[in-house]
Design a protein around this ligand. Structure first.
Ligand SMILES: [Zn+2]
Length: 341
């Protein structure tokens, strides 16, 4: 089953550059930089990956420290983006949106402009060499002050249409509600920039409500806790706001109790647009193929359900209309070839 799903053309909408940085690349850069390294394989594993015993989102976010330290030069950022596209191509992902927070990559002296241009350049080189179409989403951070997030918006405005396709808000959701950054997202909306916001992961439905009503989110990152507010659920359904669900990550951060109890199937049956993503292939130790395979195993989705969810992701992507159209035709032909038994 895993091999069949691996061959399917797929779309990844929610992938963090730092959380997907290859373990071997982290090891190589960390040793080049003379960082104190974990003493053995076991210690490396616990430095890089979370397990199902991860107590919270805060613990989950602690796994990003090492990759962040490794991504402070133009060369390393280019390499990370390039390898992200190569890894996506290996998993037969035909279109990927790679997100990252530019403000976290200036500690080595890079300007914000250099940070974004390096990631765009790496992704374009990957696209050229491996054929997977790659687009970039800069992230504003909840725990940063509004002035720093305005800088991220300015960068996004400059790069939109040149490899960048949208803007995101992420970070400590329980401590910093979306509303704090409303002005930035109102301005993004006025500039016609597509918006996705992490919400309903570590905080409840009210966070999703703020994201979709106050901050104009066109997609929601996770949205696990949407069902806590039936009226909001109806609104999300009616407005056709897709959810970027990341099941392994949702279980690790305790946003959902288990695979069997994850609400994705309930949302899909209610007519909410759901998509399946990895969040962080390294931190969560997963691949997109594995996410789809587990959905089939634990949540009783059929092949045809999963293929429909792949097409949901393509439709929900911030890709240019002609890219979507071309990929839709290719995906339908491929799915026809594999059958939906
Ligand atoms: Zn995320």
């Amino acid at each position: 089953m895993l091999e069949t799903i691996k061959k399917w053309p797929k779309v990844e909408l929610h992938y963090h550059l730092d959380g997907g940085l290859r373990p071997d690349t982290i090891k190589e850069i960390a040793s080049q930089l003379g960082m104190p390294l974990p003493p053995d394989e076991e210690a490396w594993r616990s430095a890089l990956h979370v397990t199902d015993e991860c107590p919270s989102l805060i613990e989950y976010l602690s796994k990003f420290q090492l990759p962040a330290l490794c991504l402070q030069t133009a060369e390393h950022l280019k390499r990370a983006a390039y390898e992200a596209v190569e890894d996506a191509a290996q998993d037969n992902i035909k279109y990927i949106e790679i997100r990252f927070a530019p403000q976290l990559h200036t500690e080595g002296g890079l300007s914000l402009e250099d940070v974004v241009s390096s990631v765009v350049e790496g992704a374009k080189a990957g696209e050229r060499d491996f054929g997977t179409i790659a687009r970039i989403i800069p992230i504003c951070l909840r725990n940063h002050d509004v002035a720093r997030n305005w800088q991220v918006l300015e960068l996004t405005k400059k790069w939109i249409g040149k490899g960048v396709v949208g803007i995101d808000l992420a970070g400590d959701e329980a401590g910093f509600p979306p509303q704090l950054h409303r002005s930035v997202f109102v301005a993004a909306k006025q500039s016609g920039i597509p918006i996705t916001i992490h919400a309903g992961e570590a905080a409840g439905a009210d966070s999703i409500r703020q994201a979709v009503t106050g901050l104009f989110a066109q997609r929601i990152g996770h949205g696990v806790r949407l069902a806590e507010d039936p009226e909001l659920l109806e609104f999300v359904k009616e407005k056709k706001i897709p959810l970027e669900m990341c099941l392994t990550s949702n279980i690790q951060t305790k946003a959902a109790p288990s695979w069997e109890d994850h609400p994705i199937r309930q949302y899909d049956e209610l007519g909410i647009i759901v998509t399946v993503n990895t969040d962080n292939t390294t931190v969560s130790n997963t691949t997109l193929t594995q996410e789809y395979e587990r959905l089939m195993r634990y949540c009783r989705f059929s092949f045809s359900d999963l293929q429909r969810i792949v097409l949901n992701a393509l439709d929900a992507s911030f890709a240019e209309a002609e890219v979507k159209e071309k990929l839709r035709a290719e995906f339908k032909a491929e799915f026809g070839r594999f059958g939906s038994a």
